[in-house]
Design a protein around this ligand. Structure first.
Ligand SMILES: Cc1ncc(COP(=O)(O)O)c(C=O)c1O
Length: 366
C-alpha cells in the first residue's frame, strides 16, 4: 500500500506567504560590506572587557535590565520605568505593534522605509498601511495623518528614514502630532539619531513627557557599534512601556549586552568621535556623488540612497566590481552604508563609472 502523505501543517496563510527578513549580503574577502548600515569601527576595548566580565552565563540575565535602564533614565532625565530595553529596536517595534494592534487593526508606516515594518505588522495579525514618501525621500506626514481612521492603532515615523536618510523636522513632527488623536500610539524610530547634523531635525530626546501617546525608539546597533549584541531601548509613558514589556519575549536581552551597553554609555566621548568620522565620510560621499551629477537625498544616517530605478541592478554590478556590496532594492535604488575610510574613494570611483556607463542613471536619480 502506498504510504499516506500527511497533509501539510496548517499555518496562518499570511505568515506562510511572508518572506523571512533579508539580511544585507556579506562582502567577498577584501571587499566592503556596505549593505547593513553597520558601524565599521571595531568594538571598543572597554566594551569588550565589560562584556567578558559578564561571564556568569550559566545564570539568566536580569530580565528587567535595571542598571542599564537607570543609566539611560539618568541620561535622558526620565524615570527608569519610562525606559524599556529590548534585543535590538526591531524587537521593541514588534512588542509595541503587538501590544497595540491585532486582527482588524491598521498600522500606518512610511514607504519605502525600514524593510522589517510591514512584516512585523503582519505577524501581529494587523494590516500594514504603507504611505509613499515624498519625491525628496522625506515622510509625507500629511498623507500619513490623512490615512488615520477608526481602525488605526499605531503610526510609525522613521527619522532619519532608512533608506533615504531624510529627516523629519521638529516643526513637521509637531504639526503631525497635533493632527494625531491622543489615544493613537506613535512610534518615533530614531535608529540613526546620533548621525543627525541638522538643527531643524526632530530630536525625540527633547519630547519626553510631552505626548502621552509617543514612544521614542533608539538602538545601540549603529552609532554605539553593538549590532551583534542586539540592544535597543524605548523611552515613553510607563503604561505603554508596560504593555510592551508584557508582549516581550522574556529574558531576550543578554547580560553581556546589558554590560556592554553600560560600558558604551560611559565611553561616549570615544564612541561619538567615531560617529564624527562616519559623518565626515558621509558628507564626503554626498558631495562626491553629487559632483559627478548624481542626485542624492540629504542623508542624516550612516548611509546614502541612490534612487536609480531601472538602472539599479546595473549600478549594483558596478559597485560589486569595486568590491562594494550595497543593499539593492530591485527597480528602485541602492542604499550604500558609510563604511571604512578606504571605501569612500572606491565608492566615488564607482559613482563616476555609474554615470559614465549607464546613460539615464543621472536622470533617474533626480
Ligand atoms: C530604521 C531602523 N529601525 C530599527 C532598526 C533595527 O535595529 P536594531 O534591531 O539592530 O536595533 C534598523 C536597522 O537597520 C533600522 O534601520
Amino acid at each position: 500500500m502506498p504510504e499516506q502523505v500527511p497533509p501539510p501543517v496548517r499555518l496562518r496563510p499570511e505568515i506562510a506567504a511572508l518572506p523571512a527578513y533579508k539580511q544585507g549580503k556579506p562582502a567577498a574577502a577584501g571587499g566592503y560590506k556596505l549593505s547593513s548600515n553597520e558601524n565599521p569601527f571595531p568594538p571598543h576595548a572597554a566594551v569588550l572587557a565589560a562584556m567578558n566580565e559578564a561571564s556568569d552565563i550559566n545564570r539568566y540575565p536580569d530580565a528587567s535590565a535595571f542598571a542599564l535602564r537607570e543609566a539611560l533614565a539618568a541620561r535622558f532625565g526620565v524615570t527608569a520605568d519610562e525606559v524599556h530595553v529590548g534585543a535590538g529596536s526591531v524587537a521593541l517595534i514588534t512588542q509595541f505593534i503587538t501590544a497595540a494592534a491585532g486582527h482588524g487593526d491598521e498600522v500606518i508606516h512610511p514607504w519605502r522605509s525600514f524593510e522589517a515594518y510591514p512584516g512585523q505588522v503582519t505577524v501581529a495579525g494587523a494590516t500594514a498601511v504603507p504611505v509613499p514618501l515624498r519625491p525628496d525621500g522625506g515622510h509625507d506626514l500629511d498623507a500619513m495623518a490623512a490615512a488615520v481612521n477608526d481602525r488605526t492603532r499605531v503610526v510609525l515615523v522613521c527619522t532619519p528614514n532608512n533608506p533615504t536618510g531624510v529627516v523629519v523636522t521638529a516643526a513637521e513632527f509637531e504639526e503631525f502630532m497635533r493632527r494625531i488623536p491622543g489615544d493613537l500610539l506613535v512610534l518615533l524610530d530614531e535608529a540613526y539619531a546620533e548621525f543627525v547634523r541638522d538643527d531643524a531635525a526632530v530630536d525625540g530626546a527633547t519630547l519626553f513627557g510631552r505626548y502621552p501617546n509617543l514612544v521614542v525608539l533608539r538602538t545601540f546597533s549603529k552609532a554605539w557599534g553593538l549590532a551583534g549584541l542586539r540592544l535597543g531601548y524605548a523611552v515613553g509613558p510607563e503604561h505603554v512601556l508596560d504593555a510592551a514589556r508584557a508582549a516581550a519575549l522574556p529574558l531576550s536581552v543578554t547580560g553581556q549586552a546589558q554590560a556592554a551597553g553600560l560600558a558604551a554609555l560611559s565611553h561616549e566621548t570615544d564612541l561619538f568621535a567615531r560617529v564624527d568620522h562616519i559623518v565626515a565620510r558621509r558628507d564626503a560621499v554626498l558631495a562626491g556623488l553629487r559632483a559627478v551629477g548624481l542626485a542624492v537625498p540629504e542623508s542624516h544616517g550612516n548611509f546614502v540612497w541612490l534612487g536609480l530605478g531601472e538602472h539599479t541592478a546595473a549600478a549594483a554590478r558596478i559597485l560589486e566590481e569595486h568590491a562594494i556590496v550595497a543593499r539593492v532594492f530591485a527597480g528602485e535604488g541602492v542604499r550604500i552604508s558609510i563604511g571604512e575610510a578606504e571605501s569612500v574613494d572606491e565608492l566615488l570611483r564607482a559613482g563616476e563609472e555609474i554615470v559614465r556607463n549607464l546613460p539615464g542613471a543621472v536622470e533617474a536619480s533626480r
